[in-house]
Design a protein around this ligand. Structure first.
Ligand SMILES: [Zn+2]
Ligand SMILES: [Zn+2]
Length: 275
């Protein structure tokens, strides 16, 4: 949180974005403190099998999802997004209704499985096509509201040495797409899952969205201070941002990086890339 306040001091124009993320962090931290560390089957054999099949390890049923806390997470996330003008009134009402509705678990289950199952079949593009356009808002809220629960699950896998054998571009735990990367002091690139925040090593110049590995078709540029780098793919036109930890004084903090790199998003989009 102190780092986020530093971002605000350095970039007054990002004040609203910082405040929104501080409020979201607050919601997530309070809920996450009550989520027990989950247990799910994780032997070296199971991890090797899932790696071979590109199939994520976590099943929806294994997430320690307390319904009361999950509802609270959905409603409070929606409250914060509306307060900062990110959710329109009609969408807010829809999400609030979902937070009270008996179908919440089913909706969350299909949100979770959609990507996990399609990723398992090696068809990430279909995972995107399978998403009806108007579900973008619900997806966005669920991504935030599920984070306290999924992050706990990620803690379990993050400690396992076998995670180093995962070679895919999607998350080994939940099948989510990376939305950030970190360049480690050993100059490796690790991807960070946009859903559960798991970190795993990935090829340094391959596009994690279409697997384009042709270096001449990857456009890479850094911020003047060298703190961040963008890898943009000239095949699928998507980009991933990386926090360059090689000369950094602190470890990567996904929430801080996502706010601090908003100007970098604008620069990437200006060049015709999408996140
Ligand atoms: Zn994940
Ligand atoms: Zn690509």
């Amino acid at each position: 949180m102190a780092e986020l306040r530093t971002v605000k001091e350095r970039h007054p124009e990002l004040t609203d974005a910082v405040d929104m993320h501080l409020a979201l962090l607050d919601v997530q931290r309070r809920i996450q403190s009550r989520v027990p560390l989950p247990w799910f089957a994780l032997s070296p054999e199971i991890i090797a099998k899932h790696q071979a099949e590109a199939r994520p390890l976590l099943r929806f049923e294994d997430i320690p999802l307390d319904l009361t806390d999950f509802r609270l997470s959905v409603r409070q996330t929606a409250d914060v997004l509306r307060r900062y003008g990110t959710l329109e009134e009609a969408d807010f009402e829809r999400v609030q209704a979902l937070g009270r509705d008996m179908t919440l678990l089913a909706v969350a289950g299909s949100w979770f499985r959609r990507r996990a199952e399609l990723q398992g079949r090696g068809d990430a593009a279909a995972a995107d096509r399978a998403r009806p356009a108007d579900e973008g808002v619900v997806d966005e809220v669920l991504t935030l509201a599920m984070r306290p629960f999924l992050s706990r699950c990620a803690e379990v896998l993050q400690q396992r040495p076998e995670l180093a054998s995962w070679t895919h571009a999607h998350c080994a735990l939940c099948g989510g797409e990376p939305d950030l990367a970190v360049i480690t002091p050993a100059a490796e690139r690790h991807l960070i899952c946009g859903r559960c925040r798991l970190r795993w090593k990935f090829a340094p110049l391959t596009c994690p969205y279409c697997n384009n590995a042709d270096r001449s078709r990857i456009t890479s540029f850094a911020t003047p201070d060298g703190q961040y780098r963008v890898y943009a793919c000239d095949i699928c036109l998507r980009y991933v941002k990386a926090y360059d930890a090689r000369h950094a004084t602190r470890p990567v903090m996904p929430v801080v990086e996502s706010v601090a790199t908003l100007p970098l998003d604008a620069a990437a989009m200006q060049r015709g890339y999408t996140s």
